[in-house]
Write a protein that binds this ligand. Structure first.
Ligand code: B4P
Length: 188
């Protein structure tokens, strides 16, 4: 099994690029953001708790997303691997993923990180707010908190995967197609 991670700040293009990557390599795409939005749309207890945090630009607790990932691995057996999008987002999540994969005698295959400046994050998320109306995209202070949370809690993961020799960076600026070709160039 392959376990790829598409990594980057909010608005870097992770979700945008994920479908082409998962199609090309026959991977099951797992977006923790999408799974959480589904819970919110269905009005489940988990969704109600998550929405307060997400709408404020905060991360949901590690154990919530860890449980979701474990359930998705168990549910999807007929694939060549997984593309994790938006997970892990903290060092604790990265360590938990190591343990989970270790139990299956597996490990992370590669991490592809999309690099974009903070200013572009604002532009892209403001643009998406006009199209999708996601609550967490609509206020500048919430976007600012998501960016700050990325730098504080998510960026430290980079050294974790660099040390494991699994980390590559791709320029996230340019058209969706240009970025996609760069990702394919790294994944081979
Ligand atoms: P996500 O759903 O992961 O939201 P995101 O970071 O905004 O990324 P997304 O994949 O949607 O956007 P993309 O960059 O593709 O998470 C939402 C929230 O859920 C988090 O803030 C957090 O609260 C919670 N959460 C999720 N996972 C969690 C975890 N593991 N632990 C704890 N909490 C968690 O695209 C953004 C926009 O850019 C789009 O409009 C797109 O069209 C545009 N775009 C993309 N590529 C472009 C390009 N090349 N040029 C121009 N525009 C482009």
């Amino acid at each position: 099994m392959k376990y790829y991670i598409i990594f980057g700040p909010p608005g870097a293009g992770k979700g945008t690029q994920a479908s082409a990557i998962s199609q090309k390599y026959n991977l099951k795409h797992i977006s923790t953001g999408e799974l959480l939005r589904k819970e919110m749309a269905e009005g489940t207890e988990l969704g109600k708790k998550a929405s307060e945090l997400i709408d404020a630009g905060c991360l949901v607790p590690d154990e919530v997303v860890e449980g979701m990932i474990e359930a998705e691995f168990a549910r999807n057996r007929d694939v060549d691997g997984f593309l994790l999008d938006g997970y892990p987002r903290t060092l604790a999540q990265a360590e938990s993923l190591e343990q989970l994969l270790g139990k299956r005698q597996e490990c992370v295959t590669a991490v592809v990180s999309l690099i974009i400046p903070d200013g572009t994050i604002y532009e892209r998320i403001r643009h998406r707010a006009g199209i999708e109306g996601r609550e967490d995209d609509c206020k500048d202070e919430v976007i600012a908190n998501r960016i700050a949370t990325y730098h504080k809690k998510t960026e430290p993961i980079i050294s974790f995967y660099k040390a494991a020799g699994k980390y590559s960076e791709v320029d996230g600026l340019g058209t969706v197609e240009e970025v996609r070709e760069r990702i394919f160039g790294v994944l081979g």
